[in-house]
Design a protein around this ligand. Structure first.
Ligand code: GDP
Ligand code: MG
Length: 597
């Protein structure tokens, strides 16, 4: 029965208690037994549990008896990180309401606001929920006022809960039933199912999580994927559950469910796409479909050059589960054969690298992340450059456009000065500065994307003692005065170390970079020059002195085991090095650029 269904999401800034609240709701609805319950049920990947972040959206169907009726509550989880904002918007468009969770000791943060905007764009009923009221520092009233003033959401009846102790959870569930509307949609119209998540299952193949906007999906029927025009038979259907999904013959209008078409890849089940009935297709797909677009690129190379094929296999396998991952083989003079990989953002990059190393046992070198530059050449052609070493010679470039983001930063007012300094160093352009309360400020800036992929978040945290929160969305590209900065080690350009920088900063960056490299490159048997250059012009230089005598010489006397140990230790160290010409570079050298400012 459509009027007994409630589809809702939980939105929150990181650490405000979204996962804990989801666990409590699952428990109160009896979805998992005491034995199956472990903290953060909804975060399934290892990396998610370890870091306490949600990467992949999860959903769960729950039942709750209220006033003599049994309601179906579909809790639709969303990934919490800006890298996955497109998935967030698709998940939210599958709901009618959202719980806006705000930590009673922290107040409104950047991601709170970013998520609320997406929820409002999707016309969701938003229920403010003030969490962690068990903490002594909780100030629910103050936080209510903050929500009212910064978001304009009425908080007179804001729910106060402790996701940890369970206080207020029952009232919360009843408020969901009372206040969030049942799904609209016409059960008799042609089938219209929005794919809001997809993943790969080892037994069933590619699976799509869908929300039925109109009509039904039935097992055995033939469906049409609207963006590709391909037709498939529905092999099986399920309702999502955190422990064991539940098979069903039909998913009805207003419901969510899992669709299995027996596909071997995620290519035909992309988030945002629409599934319809092939014999009676809907006239219009659900609006807003967008193929995933990488935001940053980096080179990934195996440290041991003979592991290239293994890396390819590993990427192929990961991509089965991650349709946003894109990669192409590339070669580097310095690093040999590897891949240029496109990521949704820095977290996505970190997670992918970690999974490749952890799940596939690979040791990798990652080059500094770069954004995509639009290079307009003098001959009229336009290149899309994802790798600094591909930038054409200066004479061939008419101008370069670089991508920008709009950044929202919320901070206690005492740090505003520090942040403004940081942002102007990063070529930011202020668009807005608002006091959301007496001592909290919202800063809005347009920033070159290139500046946020270079260690921006850590710098922001350190200049605000961790109190500022940050969120961004891509905006248009703008023309920039950009040059390629090359690093030469022992007089040879190491292509994997090249970066594209603002011309006015090139000198300073070059100097900082060679200094940092000097500290990272171990002494060799000979003197090594490290230089920064733009074109043929050397702009900075440092020297790593030779280590002189063989280090084992210091083990004079006859202690052969000590000598052997020392040699073995050196060999161990070598494994994490990459030989560039005659010089061994440690892994960290390739990311040195992220640490300078
Ligand atoms: P998420 O990032 O929004 O998913 O937040 P989590 O659910 O992972 O919670 C972040 C931290 O806050 C964890 O250490 C939780 O144990 C803690 N936490 C969540 N809810 C409460 C609460 O109601 N009271 C207290 N004291 N701690 C909470
Ligand atoms: Mg979480």
């Amino acid at each position: 029965m459509q009027n007994l269904i409630r589809n809702f999401s939980i939105i929150a800034h990181i650490d405000h208690g979204k996962s804990t609240l989801a666990d409590r709701i699952l428990q109160v609805c009896g979805a998992v037994s005491e034995r199956e319950m472990h903290a953060q049920m909804m975060d399934t990947m290892d990396i998610e549990q370890e870091r306490g972040i949600t990467i992949k959206a999860q959903s769960v169907r729950l039942n709750y008896a209220y006033k003599g009726k049994t309601y179906t509550l579909n809790l639709i989880d969303t990934p919490g990180h800006v890298d996955f904002s497109y998935e967030v918007s698709r998940s939210l468009s599958s709901c009618e309401g959202a719980l806006l969770v705000v930590d009673a000791t922290q107040g409104v943060e950047a991601q709170t606001i970013a998520n609320v905007y997406v929820a409002l764009d999707n016309n969701l009923e938003i229920l403010p929920v003030i969490n962690k009221i068990d903490l002594p520092a909780a100030d629910a009233l103050k936080v209510s006022i903050e929500i009212e003033e910064s978001i304009g959401l009425d908080c007179t009846n804001a729910l106060q809960v402790s996701a940890k102790s369970g206080v207020g959870i029952q009232t919360l569930i009843e408020a969901i039933i009372e206040k969030i509307p049942a799904p609209s949609g016409n059960p008799n119209a042609p089938t219209k199912a929005l794919i809001y998540d997809s993943w790969f299952d080892n037994y069933l193949g590619a699976l799509a999580l869908v929300r039925l906007k109109d009509g039904n999906l039935t097992q055995g029927s033939e469906v049409l994927i609207m963006s590709t025009g391909k037709k498939y038979e529905v092999l099986s259907l399920y309702y999502p559950h955190p422990v064991q999904k539940i098979a069903t013959k039909q998913i009805s209008c207003g419901e969510i469910g899992i669709v299995c078409l027996g596909l071997k890849s995620l290519n035909d089940l992309r988030v945002g796409d629409t599934i319809t009935d092939s014999s009676n297709p809907t006239a219009k797909a659900v609006e807003g479909f967008m193929p995933a677009k990488p935001f940053v690129f980096a080179g990934l190379y195996p440290i041991e050059t003979d592991k290239f094929e293994e890396l390819r296999d590993a990427l192929n396998k990961l991509a089965l589960n991650d349709s946003a991952l894109s990669y192409e083989p590339e070669t580097s003079v310095a690093l040999g054969f590897g891949f240029r990989v496109g990521f949704l953002g820095l977290l996505h990059m970190e997670v992918v690298k970690e999974r490749l190393e952890r799940e596939f046992g690979l040791s990798l070198i990652a080059t500094a992340p770069t954004v995509v530059y639009e290079v307009h050449c003098t001959d009229g052609s336009v290149l899309s450059v994802q790798n600094p070493s591909e930038l054409p010679e200066v004479q061939k470039i008419a101008f370069i456009k670089e991508p920008f983001v709009r950044a929202n930063i919320i901070t206690p007012s005492e740090f505003v000065g520090n942040i403004i300094t940081l942002l102007s160093n990063r070529r930011g352009v202020q668009e807005k500065m608002d006091y959301i309360t007496q001592n909290r400020v919202l800063l809005q800036y347009a920033l070159p994307s290139n500046e946020i992929v270079m260690d921006f978040y850590d710098k922001l945290k350190s200049c605000t003692k961790g109190y500022a929160s940050f969120d961004y969305e891509p905006i248009e590209s703008r023309e920039g005065d950009l040059v390629r900065l090359d690093i030469r080690v022992a007089n040879e350009i190491v292509d994997a170390l090249s970066i594209i920088v603002d011309r006015s900063k090139a000198q300073e960056k070059g100097r900082a970079l060679v200094e940092a490299m000097k500290g990272l490159i171990p002494r060799q048997l000979f003197e090594v020059a490290i230089q920064a250059s733009i074109g043929s012009k050397i702009i900075a230089r440092e020297t790593v002195k030779s280590m002189g005598k063989n280090v084992t010489a210091k083990c004079y006397g006859g202690d052969i085991t000590r000598k052997r140990k020392l040699l073995e230790k050196q060999k161990e160290g070598k494994k994490r090095m990459k030989a560039i010409g005659k010089v061994d570079l440690p892994q960290e050298a390739f990311l040195a650029v992220l640490k300078i400012d």
